[in-house]
Design a protein around this ligand. Structure first.
Ligand code: DGL
Length: 270
């Protein structure tokens, strides 16, 4: 029994960690496409091809449900996957919607028309591909009106994290926050729209200041998965839990162990 979690690399581990805390008995199979990270600077077709290959590998390992724990893939490929590729008995869920539901104070599955919400000025931090897709603004417009979104493409941050260079990652985060603040000096809320960013969440919080409410995905995604599985327990699937990578397992597991502060062993994806 296992649910799949897919990301371009290490970022999806932030979602896996929150899911394991929320649903400790749920078996999970993780796949990081570290050989092809970062996705955030790739073309949509390329992201679609890599994401379908990764999700198919998780289906082949027995997963019926896969969390696409990558905003870039959720923004650039998920809709196309759901419309023409995902088999009828399988499901692929993205990570955007739980975040937007939290920001717009909606209950799960509330499909009522868009309405005014408390928050008016929102800063979005995400990869260049996620920002240019405008997928966040599109999903937000289905649920809320009158929200001004200023988006900052955070070039280089995912690369630095994947290389384990946290000093560079921190410097880049601070300069991206400053760049955004020049255009929107006082956002009420900030969205960390990349699953790698919770690994530098403290830096975002420090650079943004205490007045800014920071929305981070992992626990929101974990709560919405718990809700989904309560209604669809048959989607848990089959297969042995494990951690797989398309990259070098030794290097991936040493960074993963550092980030999650517990020993994690990765295997090569055959
Ligand atoms: N963690 C992915 C996301 O949420 C990273 C993207 C990348 O590989 O650039 O967007």
């Amino acid at each position: 029994m296992a649910v799949g979690i897919f990301d371009s690399g290490l970022g999806g581990l932030t979602v896996l960690d929150a899911v394991q805390k929320r649903l400790p008995d749920l078996p999970l199979i993780y796949l990081g496409d570290n050989a092809h990270t970062p996705y955030g600077v790739r073309e949509a077709d390329d992201i679609y091809n890599l994401s379908t290959a990764g999700v198919q590998a998780l289906f082949d390992k027995g997963c019926d449900l896969v969390i696409l724990a990558c905003n870039t893939a959720s923004a650039a490929a998920l809709r196309r996957m759901q419309e023409g590729w995902v088999p009828e008995d399988k499901r692929v869920l993205g990570v955007f919607v739980p975040l937007i539901e939290a920001l717009t104070e909606r209950q799960w599955g509330d499909n009522s028309p868009p309405r005014e919400v408390g928050v008016k000025e929102v800063a979005l931090f995400a990869t260049p591909t996620t920002v240019s897709s405008r997928a966040f603004q599109r999903e937000l417009a289905f649920r809320a009106i009158g929200v001004d979104v200023e988006a900052q493409p955070c070039g280089g941050v995912v690369d630095a994290i994947e290389q384990g260079d946290m000093i560079l990652a921190e410097a880049l985060v601070r300069s991206h926050v400053e760049a955004l603040q020049r255009r929107m000096p006082k956002p009420q809320a900030a969205i960390l729209g990349c699953t790698h960013y919770p690994l530098v969440e403290d830096v975002f919080r420090d650079a943004l200041g205490a007045d800014v409410a920071v929305y981070s995905q992992p626990s929101l995604v974990a709560d919405s998965l718990a809700d989904y599985l309560e209604r669809r327990p048959n989607m848990i699937g089959s297969g042995e839990p494990g951690f797989y990578t398309s990259g070098d397992p030794k290097s991936v597991e040493s960074k993963a162990t550092l980030f999650l502060r517990r020993k994690i062993s990765f295997e090569t994806l055959e």
